[in-house]
Write a protein that binds this ligand. Structure first.
Ligand SMILES: CSC[C@@H](O)[C@@H](O)C(=O)COP(=O)(O)O
Ligand SMILES: [Zn+2]
Length: 215
């Protein structure tokens, strides 16, 4: 499946972003966070376009040809390939946060179990962990960081509406879990987004351990 680029996007830029996505995906897959073709990854290219993983590919074996171009409404651009089934959750972040350039979604065991356990409470409240400072803008362990857990659905507009409702209420949002599904987080560049994802994986694991030990 070939990718034709609009004249405004240089092949070098697309290749660089596609390689960055594939590299990150390979590393996250090696950590066991993308089982059975799950997870999806994207990077903004300009105000109107993003590069995103093609749906259904093994995320541990991605190359440049597994990444495609979309517009900010989630439509394929210059290819017949099918973008991630969860593309709308990526474009929503790019539309709502013009300063964000990377979105990562994974399905680790820790993320999956935490999403089920904390779904009853609708949110996970993180407080007192030094690693909260790995999230951009967080300056102390001594503040509460709230990660919502949204109900899962196969109907993407419902998920988008849940995230929109949270954002419209004015509450901060650094990441969210989807119940029984996984995590979404984002950042200004790949390094920041990877840091967010790693910190959240660690913090969710700590919260699970605390629940287990205090049961
Ligand atoms: C293989 S089950 C996981 C999928 O349903 C989905 O949640 C996912 O993360 C990957 O979907 P994809 O369409 O490949 O981006
Ligand atoms: Zn998913």
């Amino acid at each position: 499946m070939s990718q034709v680029l609009p004249a405004t996007i240089s092949p070098a830029l697309f290749a660089e972003r596609a390689d960055a996505i594939a590299d990150a995906a390979r590393e996250l897959a090696a950590a066991g966070w993308t089982p059975a073709t799950s997870s999806n990854f994207s990077m903004r290219l300009d105000a109107e376009h993003a590069a995103i993983t093609i749906s259904g590919r093994d995320k541990g074996k991605l190359g440049r040809n597994d990444i495609m171009l979309i517009d900010m409404h989630g439509k394929a651009v210059g290819t017949d390939a099918r973008p991630s089934a969860e593309t709308d959750l990526h474009t929503q972040i790019y539309r709502r946060y013009p300063e964000m350039n990377v979105v990562l979604h994974t399905h680790s065991r820790t993320q999956s179990v935490a999403s089920r356990l904390f779904a009853k409470e609708d949110v996970i409240r993180l407080e007192g962990w030094e690693l909260q400072k790995a999230i951009a803008g967080q300056t102390t362990h001594d503040a509460e960081m709230v990660i919502p857990v949204f109900p899962n659905t196969q109907h993407m507009p419902e998920l988008v509406a849940q995230v929109d409702a949270w954002l419209d209420s004015g509450k901060p949002l650094h990441a969210y879990l989807i119940n029984g599904h996984g995590i979404y987080t984002w950042g200004r560049d790949m390094a920041e987004t990877r840091r967010h994802l790693e910190a959240l994986e660690f913090l969710l694991g700590c919260e699970l351990d605390l629940r287990r030990l205090s049961a």
